[in-house]
Design a protein around this ligand. Structure first.
Ligand SMILES: NC(=O)c1ccc[n+]([C@@H]2O[C@H](COP(=O)([O-])OP(=O)(O)OC[C@H]3O[C@@H](n4cnc5c(N)ncnc54)[C@H](OP(=O)(O)O)[C@@H]3O)[C@@H](O)[C@H]2O)c1
Length: 290
């Protein structure tokens, strides 16, 4: 449940978005600008500066960079794009000193009943949630399911042929990153907001094969998902140029993620509109796969 009032952002201090050049960050920045908010972007890649948008280019794990980025901000969308929670220990004191409202983008796969998560990427998010609390911050926690934008990683395979080969991870309630962005913006622009955790999902639970088939329908092609053994998946991902640490985390995630996914009505509760389907995402982004 949200606690208003809502703001437009125009008469307020900037809102900092980390990971701002990424899939989700870009969607959040666009929406904040459209709502009249001042936005400060932090990423190691530059973002397009435009009226209302200023950029800090640097490493999120560098305390000096974060200090600069936090100067005078009112709220932060903390996207933590690292596969390691440890560097947060060095930078969270900066966040605690600046004391903005914090919205943390976490993972729906966290199992609150477990002391240790089975999946290393999920463990990073569980650690970050705990570290934020330990630092005295009281973040609004948005736990996102697998984002639809992840399938951009299939674009090269789909330009070369009709098969997507990869590890067959458990089914997930794939959520459109535009819905996650809408929810994040709602939380960022509210003076007060239920801290959650809010579990953001799409409207249906999908396998990789379901997603490939729906992408095929949008492209007017008969596409097929081909599950591959772990060792082959590892060499393919490395050959695609993905960093070794990411590859190992994805492999571990594919081996450990549990089949416990469910859908929630959280996107609609937070944004006022139903969660978009993956089929719609596929239609809207078909051009990227041609
Ligand atoms: N994708 C999902 O299914 C999912 C689900 C739940 C939660 N999440 C969370 O959402 C985050 C954002 O997802 P996304 O798809 O938008 O990711 P993304 O497209 O990879 O965007 C992350 C951005 O952060 C930048 N970055 C990485 N490390 C950095 C550092 N040390 N300092 C400054 N910038 C850095 C990245 O640059 P490079 O491109 O150079 O790395 C990239 O521009 C994930 O990292 C994860 O924490 C994701």
């Amino acid at each position: 449940m949200t606690e208003s009032p809502h703001r437009t952002g125009t008469s307020h201090d900037p809102i900092l978005v980390t990971g701002a050049a990424g899939n989700l960050g870009r969607a959040v920045v666009d929406r904040l600008v459209a709502r009249g908010a001042r936005v400060r972007c932090l990423d190691r890649h530059p973002v397009d500066e435009r009226p209302g948008v200023e950029a800090v280019v640097g490493d999120l794990t560098d305390p000096a960079v974060l200090r600069t980025a936090l100067s005078g901000v009112d709220a932060v969308l903390l996207i933590w794009p690292l596969l390691d929670a440890a560097p947060a220990r060095a930078v969270l004191p900066e966040l605690a000193r600046a004391s903005p409202r914090v919205v943390y983008l976490s993972s729906s796969a966290i199992d609150d009943d477990r002391a240790r998560q089975t999946d290393p990427i999920v463990q990073v998010h569980a650690d970050l949630e705990a570290l934020l609390m330990d630092a005295g911050l009281r973040p609004v926690v948005l736990r996102s399911d697998t984002m639809a934008s992840n399938v951009r990683g299939w674009a090269a395979q789909l330009r070369a042929g009709d098969v997507v080969a990869g590890p067959d991870i458990a089914r997930t309630a794939v959520v459109d990153e535009r819905d996650v962005a809408d929810a994040a913006v709602t939380a960022l622009l509210a003076e007060r907001f239920d801290r959650g955790p809010h579990v953001l999902t799409g409207p249906e639970v999908l396998s990789r094969a379901d997603q490939v088939a729906q992408l095929g329908a949008a492209l007017g092609r008969r596409l097929r998902f081909e599950p591959v053994r772990t060792d082959i998946a590892r060499s393919q991902m490395l050959a695609d140029g993905r960093p070794a640490a990411l590859v190992e985390a994805l492999i571990a995630a594919s081996e450990h993620r549990l089949e416990a996914t469910r859908t929630t009505g959280c996107v609609e509760r937070l944004t006022g509109h139903p969660a978009r389907t993956f089929a719609q995402w596929a239609v809207d982004h078909a051009a990227e796969f041609r």
